[in-house]
Design a protein around this ligand. Structure first.
Ligand code: GLN
Length: 282
């Protein structure tokens, strides 16, 4: 077999910086570093220490296929099967939503809300990769967490991320048609909230690759919040709380209205770091 031309890490970085830039990628350098790190299974520092490392033919072949996928706008996180959330690394694939940095704040809000509770019971609805529940479980050993999701394939991912944590478990459940057993101190959810009419407007890398079932309710973006209000009396303790991620523009106010109409008095909108209303705590 004819061997491929020899490339060092630094040659590939230099090449990709120009090439990705021409293809209108915003962070060419960061992108190629992530791809190389994923192929070689090394961390960021190693890239710099091993600038002169020559990739094997096999490594080069894998990198080439990763670059081709990225050029078709597949999200980097699906190509590398990894995503960072709240400082922890999660395995992900195309069966789960890519955890968003905006969502990280939900961890702080939940922990603050539960500060005076002893061994709080937490329900994470639509757990996906498990990022919310698992982050809470690993940081708070006294929490007792159940994550539910309608997708078997998402639950496979969540269970893989769970590692050996004993204070969290996952079960399959269709929350729109089934009701979890037991009463919880807090219900947390980042449900599919993009209205179907807005779906064509979202970017191609999201629309083309992330699971539709995790993004939109195929209706007005409010289906899950309405359902939660229908079952909340059965699954929440009397002094329990509900913590939900919400969308952009009018969406937070629409959700707030649904909660108020249910008779919940104390409904707080909380802004994310971009200054957008992003969470509701009630
Ligand atoms: N709970 C997961 C997250 O916040 C998945 C949410 C979803 O798929 N809608 O990333």
């Amino acid at each position: 077999m004819k061997s491929l031309k020899k490339f060092r890490i630094i040659d590939l970085i230099n090449w990709a910086e120009v090439y990705f830039k021409a293809k209108k990628f915003e962070n060419p350098r960061i992108e190629i570093e992530w791809l190389i790190r994923s192929v070689l299974k090394i961390n960021r520092i190693d890239i710099y220490l091993k600038f002169d490392h020559v990739l094997s033919d096999q490594e080069l072949k894998t990198l080439k296929s990763f670059i081709q996928r990225r050029l078709k706008r597949e999200p980097l996180q699906y190509i590398t099967n990894s995503c960072e959330f709240y400082g922890m690394e999660y395995f992900i694939n195309e069966n789960v939503l890519i955890p968003r940095p905006e969502t990280e704040m939900i961890i702080d809000i939940a922990e603050k809300a539960l500060i005076n509770k002893k061994t709080p019971k937490v329900l994470d609805i639509g757990t996906g990769s498990g990022c919310i529940g698992i982050t809470l479980a690993s940081r708070n050993k006294d929490y007792d967490i159940l994550g539910i999701d309608i997708s078997d394939k998402a639950l496979d991912v969540a269970n893989r991320n769970k590692d050996n944590l004993s204070n969290i478990s996952f079960i399959k459940m269709d929350i729109l048609n089934q009701t979890p057993k037991g009463e919880y101190d807090i219900i947390i959810s980042n449900p599919p909230y993009i209205p179907l009419k807005d779906f064509p407007k979202i970017t191609k890398d999201v629309r083309g690759y992330e699971p539709m079932v995790a993004l939109t309710d195929q209706a007005d973006g409010l289906t899950f919040y309405k359902r939660y209000m229908n079952i909340v009396d059965n699954i929440l303790k009397d002094d329990g709380q509900i913590l939900l991620e919400v969308g952009l523009n009018q969406h937070p106010l629409e959700v707030k209205k649904i909660l108020i109409e249910k008779g919940i008095l104390d409904v707080k909108l909380i802004k994310d770091l971009n200054g957008d209303n992003r969470f509701i705590l009630a």
